[in-house]
Design a binder for this molecule. Structure first.
Ligand SMILES: Cc1cc2nc3c(=O)[nH]c(=O)nc-3n(C[C@H](O)[C@H](O)[C@H](O)COP(=O)(O)OP(=O)(O)OC[C@H]3O[C@@H](n4cnc5c(N)ncnc54)[C@H](O)[C@@H]3O)c2cc1C
Length: 383
């Protein structure tokens, strides 16, 4: 066993840690308050090689391994939780296009995703199908050399700021999950409309609905094989779920570090707050939970890099990473007293932001279903 990062990985971590501290953290709350997606920072992350980590060199990426991608998720999460979507979304979409896209799709989209010039979202969820993603109703009807898409996608990250979306639609409704295909759909095509939400958190991620009314895409926009879209994306979730765990751990660890500083300096009844075990033990508890989930996340990424099974590990990290992080940030907010309840401090925003990823990319129950299927057996599932 070897738990050490390589010298190159440590160097990458240091570079991102410094960048996150100096350039991201000071403006983390600004984008939330102003309600904007800082596209210039997506480009900046592109320059640092963060957007193209899971994209091959030949298409403008850095061909990095999954463990290195996890380092980026964790360190960017310390500075600006919402910019971790540039790590996670781009890794997920980069892998889908790299592994299943045509040569033309790779040449057209991957360099622009790597550079941060274009933001691409992934749209599966619908008003009547979230956890049960196989139940989507959006259709793509093949007519001569085009597909006509109709339907509604809901809850989609970067809905109002994205340049294109990977849209999942039924090409053969009789086949259930096996009748779903994936298409690259530019946001400016006739018939595509979007509506943003007033979300609790993740404001700069501009989540919203996408409406598809007789949207015509060419056959060249189909990703991979017809009726194979679901299988193509499910493997990608095993990566994004591990990254999400680390994004959340990054935000929570930053909150703990800030809180440790606060309790060392703030006094009550003549002693620093840190001297009271009622203060230090909760900090220790959250530190311990975050450490455990962090190392399980890196283990899952390592398994993926080795080509070994890791769905159960991913589900575990996606379930407990956001949960432990949310609980840690909540405690940090309380330990900082009433100022932390104001918008002058970042803790209330971190709490709102991290809660989003207790739902996005699969809820606690969705992930527990994956674990149950693995350790108890799929013959005992009730769905
Ligand atoms: C911040 C954020 C970002 C998102 N980004 C995207 C995106 O980019 N693209 C995209 O396609 N979607 C995205 N989503 C949507 C997200 O994937 C769905 O919200 C999620 O899968 C849950 O679906 P749902 O909201 O329809 O809830 P439902 O599926 O209706 O579930 C509601 C509740 O019931 C529970 N539940 C459901 N079925 C079962 C069961 N069988 N057993 C036990 N409990 C069950 C769930 O765990 C949940 O608590 C995002 C959501 C958020 C909050």
């Amino acid at each position: 066993m070897d738990f050490s990062f390589s010298e190159e990985q440590e160097h990458f971590r240091k570079m991102l840690k410094d960048f996150a501290k100096q350039e991201l953290l000071p403006n983390y709350t600004k984008w939330d308050r102003e309600g904007v997606t800082p596209k210039h920072l997506w480009k900046k992350l592109g320059e640092l090689g963060v957007n193209g980590l899971r994209i091959p060199f030949d298409y403008g990426g850095s061909s990095a391994d999954c463990v290195t991608t996890g380092i980026a998720a964790e360190e960017i999460g310390r500075g600006d939780f919402n910019l971790t979507y540039a790590v996670m979304l781009n890794a997920l979409i980069g892998e889908i296009i790299t592994n299943h896209g045509s040569e033309d799709q790779k040449r057209e989209w991957l360099p622009m995703i790597s550079s941060g010039e274009k933001i691409v979202g992934i749209a599966i969820t619908e008003p009547s199908a979230g956890t049960d993603a196989g139940g989507i109703k959006t259709t793509a009807v093949h007519k001569e050399n085009v597909y006509i898409l109709n339907g509604e996608k809901s809850g989609i990250s970067v809905a109002t700021s994205g340049d294109a979306f990977i849209i999942f639609a039924k090409t053969n409704p009789d086949l259930g999950n096996r009748g779903i295909s994936a298409f690259i759909v530019p946001a400016n095509l006739p018939g595509v409309e979007t509506r943003g939400y007033e979300d609790l958190g993740n404001i700069p991620i501009s989540r919203g609905s996408i409406y598809l009314n007789d949207v015509e895409v060419s056959e060249e926009n189909l990703i991979g094989l017809e009726n194979n879209g679901f299988a193509q994306v499910m493997n990608g979730f095993d990566l994004s779920r591990l990254l999400i765990g680390l994004q959340c751990v990054g935000a929570a660890t930053q909150s703990l570090d800030e809180t440790i500083e606060h309790v060392k300096n703030r006094h009550s009844f003549g002693k620093p707050l840190a001297a009271y075990q009622g203060v230090s033990f909760p900090i220790v508890t959250h530190f311990a939970q975050l450490e455990m989930v962090k190392w399980q996340a890196y283990r899952g990424l390592w398994l993926r890099d080795q080509g070994l099974k890791h769905s159960k590990e991913s589900a575990l990290v996606k379930w407990l990473g956001p949960k432990y992080s949310q609980e840690a940030i909540h405690e940090c907010l309380l330990l900082n007293g009433h100022y932390a309840y104001t918008k002058e401090m970042p803790l209330e925003q971190r709490l709102r932001d991290v809660i989003g990823l207790e739902i996005g990319d699969g809820t606690a129950q969705a992930n527990q279903m994956v674990i149950a299927k693995d350790i108890i057996g799929k013959e005992f599932r009730s769905y």
